[in-house]
Design a protein. Structure first.
Length: 324
């Protein structure tokens, strides 16, 4: 929180100090008149109690005046909360695209854990998730509700670790009996591209494509065809492969897909993978997102002015008590 017009409070404070200095000079008083045996009166318990009460009331009176004055000055100074809005962050979409075929089940729990780390590092991007095998299923649509995303990913990770190689709900839902084959990579990538919404908006769109690229069946779209669709849709593909398949032809093909779309190939075995993916998306994608940062000022005078109003009421009450 900042004070937007703090200089106004200083001016008013200086004026008040000058007024006190010029108008509260001590006046000449008549000579004091001595009173005999006044010590007897001041030693009375009732007198001392009255003096203590008067002192406490005066101190409270001065404290309330000070709080009221400071609150009034704070309210006049225009307290505000300043928010910097970055349109680049608001216009970036990231789709988590996960292969849940049999050859990937041993890696999927770790990949979902990596997805959780990615979400922790993002700031303002919309996140979605699609899983695929012989067909694709949207786990959740693009959203900026990071709490929901993290809760979902935590449950998904637990599911993969619990079921292990036996499969998960994803394995069954993405492998309907009427569709032959499994791990249809090209079809999965096309489905992930299709799950981006707001096609009429100029948004930055990225896919984090986690797969071993071990095709087992006849897809509707070959991976090259799916890559062409991603390029036409201006979607960058950042492929993420298990460490055991880093040097095989399937991974080399994934690298070609990433390069063609403007993305990069990563392996989940590297300790710096998460940092590199986030840095890559937030830096390169920002260059392709229009808009400049702008500042929004939210005025928040209610609290100090509310205190000032209550304090003013207290001043009147204590002034009446002090007078009486």
């Amino acid at each position: 929180m900042v004070l937007m017009s703090w200089w106004l409070a200083l001016i008013l404070l200086a004026i008040a100090a000058a007024a006190v200095f010029f108008f509260r000079r001590p006046k000449a008083t008549a000579s004091s008149l001595a009173v005999a045996h006044s010590g007897r009166m001041t030693s009375l318990p009732s007198f001392r109690k009255a003096m203590r009460t008067h002192l406490m009331t005066t101190v409270a009176f001065l404290a309330v005046i000070a709080i009221t004055g400071l609150s009034t000055l704070a309210g006049i100074s225009r307290p505000a909360w300043v928010e910097t809005v970055n349109p680049e962050k608001k216009l970036r979409d990231v789709m988590l695209c996960l292969d849940v075929s049999g050859s990937m089940l041993g890696y999927d729990a770790d990949l979902v854990e990596a997805y959780q780390e990615l979400v922790d590092r993002f700031d303002g991007e919309r996140i979605g998730m699609t899983v695929f095998n012989s067909t694709a299923v949207s786990a959740f649509p693009l959203t900026d509700d990071y709490d929901m995303v993290q809760n979902y990913l935590e449950e998904a990770e637990e599911g993969f670790r619990t079921w292990g190689s036996e499969g998960t709900d994803y394995s069954w839902s993405t492998s309907p009996p009427n569709i032959g084959g499994s791990s249809l990579i090209g079809d999965g990538l096309v489905s992930c591209v299709d799950n981006f919404d707001r096609q009429d908006e100029e948004r930055s769109r990225s896919i984090i494509f986690a797969t071993d690229n071990m095709l087992a069946g006849d897809p509707l779209f070959e991976l090259d065809e799916a890559t062409d669709i991603a390029v036409d849709s201006k979607v960058r593909v950042y492929s993420l492969s298990p460490p055991s398949v880093l040097t095989n032809p399937q991974t080399k093909e994934l690298k070609s897909v990433s390069d063609r779309t403007g993305g990069k190939q990563f392996d989940m075995g590297s300790s710096s993978t998460i940092d590199r993916i986030v840095a890559e998306i937030q830096s390169q994608e920002a260059e392709n997102t229009p808009g400049r940062s702008y500042t929004i000022v939210h005025d928040m005078p209610a609290v100090p002015l509310g205190i000032a109003v209550v304090g003013l009421a207290g001043v009147f009450v204590l002034a009446w008590r002090t007078k009486s």
